[in-house]
Write a new protein. Sequence first.
Length: 208
Amino acid sequence: MDNKQKLQTGLQEMGLSLTTAQQLLLLEYVALLKKWNSTYNLTALRDENTMISHHVLDSLTLLPYVKDAKTLMDVGSGGGMPGIPTAICRPDLQITLLDSNTKKTTFLQQAVIELGLNNVTVASGRVEAMHDKKVDVVTSRAFAELADFIALTKHLLNENGYWAAMKGVYPYEELEHVPDNVEVACVEKLDVPMLNAERHMVVMRPKK
């Protein structure tokens, strides 16, 4: 199965209908990751074929959790996951990709230009220094333990904002350390097509 077929099969399994243009952009993004990976050290994966399941489809599991959001920040975005695939599928969603590694933000900037993503802004720096932006959703993929993630990013949430933390195995221990002023709205098991590993989404919001 080539990348195009793999992507189409995966999207179908996930019940996502994307335009041909969006599918081509996702494939172009994978090509950019592969092209610049050795220069910028974006991902441990070297095989383009696994990038479809591990990076693109994995990132797109975020979509149901941001369907009413207008603004999103992807903290510790690295090579642009989940922010770039999400931006391709949701051109109406304003997304900020934040990373403290300038090599990675150089790549992100380049990718945003090449993919023509007008809804994406790239920010370079430490998350605790970001004070000029409030968003509906703060997300991250394997950025930090839940308690640290909350502490480092709570100033980024707007009045009704919430966190969508993408995790691997069920984070039993991390959930025990979630502070009392934060409510865990749900922890859901995710099914990522062609990915033989556990994935979970943790949605949390500050208690009113």
